[in-house]
Write a protein that binds this ligand. Structure first.
Ligand code: SF4
Length: 472
């Protein structure tokens, strides 16, 4: 089987929640549709009709799962949704979200983006006390903590549970009559809040990993759920409270470098603006005489636009991406060189022939795909290929919900920039400096996590065993 995975850090999860809308499940579907890039393995929606929670979760893409018939089985004015990516071995329906439980606080369901770093420890404790787990997802631990809490109300039990969690989490919960959302005290993963005015004068509230989910449903962005904050939306209205004081901020800079859609606001800042600035600063740091700037689509596009604008070199979309490549494909028995990458990308020969090309990409993780792309551009006739990466070298794995390969698979952890250049067969290679990345995301107050580029983690390092958990 060919390796169809791009040499990238994988997508993680997207979460969505809506309260007070007569078509809650339909809007959750549209929200998840906009968040599909954050995870394509499974998706789910849980809705409440005020008495009972209904849930559908399946493997596959949002549009394939939520047919009109499926959406008709999700009644009510409140809903949460989730789209998930996970590593091989964890791709089971039991880990698809939302996860639900019925307990003495009623029926609740949860969807999660992040990685609870003390999940293994908490799970062992819970199992010793008699809890029975169905899945291997760290998210299930949260439900057990809520169910076992001695607190009498749901919000108090949630607070109790959240205070025991470590790591990264943006969580959305649904109960019979309310939506509750929460973010970890470092604020690793994003969670935006918005509102929709209904024709009957009521206001509906929405939450999502990225604001592109609001645009599709015409919701207005209000702001971010703050780190350490819990927002409860129920019949009594909206209650915002700090369940714990915020800790040193650690917003994942990789959301701006790679994960999020450029048309989103993430952590309150335009992703396109950050990426274009990354490209401009990269052009200042690593200029080179060339004829054309070419992005590796799709995520390299904004940075390439910035690079081209700053360097006054024409921008050309000379690599065309096929968006409809499935997960498996039968490779022709006659070996075709770099077959996997050719399925996804095709060069536009007349834009590359005889040209000195600056290829802009947003990450270089193992180096294998970059090498294939450099070769492809050269085979299409390019005279020179200069690779520019719009972030610093990735040297350390992420413990906060981004599925990075282990350290020994990260090419930059083992090789110098010159060594990597030779490996990817580029004429030159330049990475954005850490200082410029700070500038590109306008991080004047040290609000971001850069640990995958520095190895300096914002929380105490977790035990390796903890990572055996499927995370989201
Ligand atoms: S280690 Fe990297 S990917 Fe993980 S949260 Fe920090 S910046 Fe994001």
């Amino acid at each position: 089987m060919p390796d169809l995975t791009f040499d990238k850090l994988h997508e993680e999860c997207g979460v969505f929640a809506i309260y007070g809308h007569p078509e809650a499940a339909n809007l959750a579907y549209l929200g998840l549709y906009a968040l599909q890039h954050r995870g394509q393995e499974s998706a789910g929606i849980a809705s409440s009709d005020g008495r009972k929670i209904h849930c559908i979760r399946k493997m596959g893409h949002v549009a394939d799962i939520f047919t009109p018939d499926a959406l008709n089985q999700l009644p009510g004015e409140l809903a949460i949704g989730h789209t998930r990516y996970s590593t091989t071995g964890d791709t089971v329906i039991l880990n698809a979200q939302p996860l639900s439980v019925a307990c003495n606080k009623g029926q609740i369901a949860v969807a999660h983006n992040g990685n609870i770093t003390n999940a293994a420890e908490l799970r062992s404790e819970l199992e010793r006390e008699g809890s029975i787990f169905q899945a291997t997802s760290d998210t299930e631990v949260v439900l057990h903590l809520v169910a076992r809490s001695r607190e009498r109300t749901l919000s108090a039990a949630l607070r109790d549970a959240l205070l025991q969690l470590e790591g990264a989490f943006s969580l959305v919960f649904i109960a019979e009559d309310r939506i509750i959302v929460a973010r970890d005290p470092h604020g690793f993963r994003p969670l935006a809040m918005g509102q929709l005015e209904l024709s009957d004068g009521r206001t509906s509230y929405v939450f999502a990993s990225e604001t592109c989910a609001f645009d599709l449903i015409s919701a207005a962005y209000i702001g971010e759920v703050a780190p350490g904050e819990m927002v409860i939306v129920g019949p009594e209205g909206v209650t915002r409270e700090r369940y714990t004081p915020a800790k040193a901020p650690a917003q994942c800079v990789f959301e701006h470098v790679y994960f999020s859609r450029p048309d989103s606001l993430v952590f309150g800042r335009s992703v396109a603006q950050s990426r274009e600035m990354m490209g401009r600063l990269l052009a200042r740091e690593y200029p080179v005489e060339a004829d054309v700037v070419v992005p590796v689509p799709d995520s390299g596009v904004s940075a390439a636009i910035g690079y081209a604008a700053e360097s006054n070199i024409p921008y050309q979309q000379a690599l065309i991406r096929n968006h409809y490549v499935g997960r498996t494909f039968i490779e022709p028995s006659q070996a075709i060189r770099d077959f996997g990458v050719k399925l996804k990308l095709n060069p536009v020969r007349h834009l590359l022939e005889g040209k000195r090309v600056i290829l802009v990409d947003d990450s270089l993780v193992r180096g294998t795909t970059s090498r294939k792309i450099v070769r492809m551009v050269r085979q299409a006739g390019a005279r020179e290929v200069h690779l520019r990466i719009s972030c610093p070298p990735t040297i350390s794995p992420c413990y906060y919900g981004v599925d990075t390969p282990s350290q020994n698979e990260l090419i930059a952890a083992r090789h110098s920039v010159e060594g990597i250049r030779q490996y990817v067969e580029a004429d030159s290679l330049g990475y954005l400096s850490l200082e410029s990345l700070h500038k590109a995301v306008d991080d004047k107050n040290q609000r971001f996590c850069y640990a995958c580029y520095t190895g300096q983690y914002p929380t105490p390092l977790v035990q390796i065993e903890d990572l055996a958990y499927s995370k989201c």
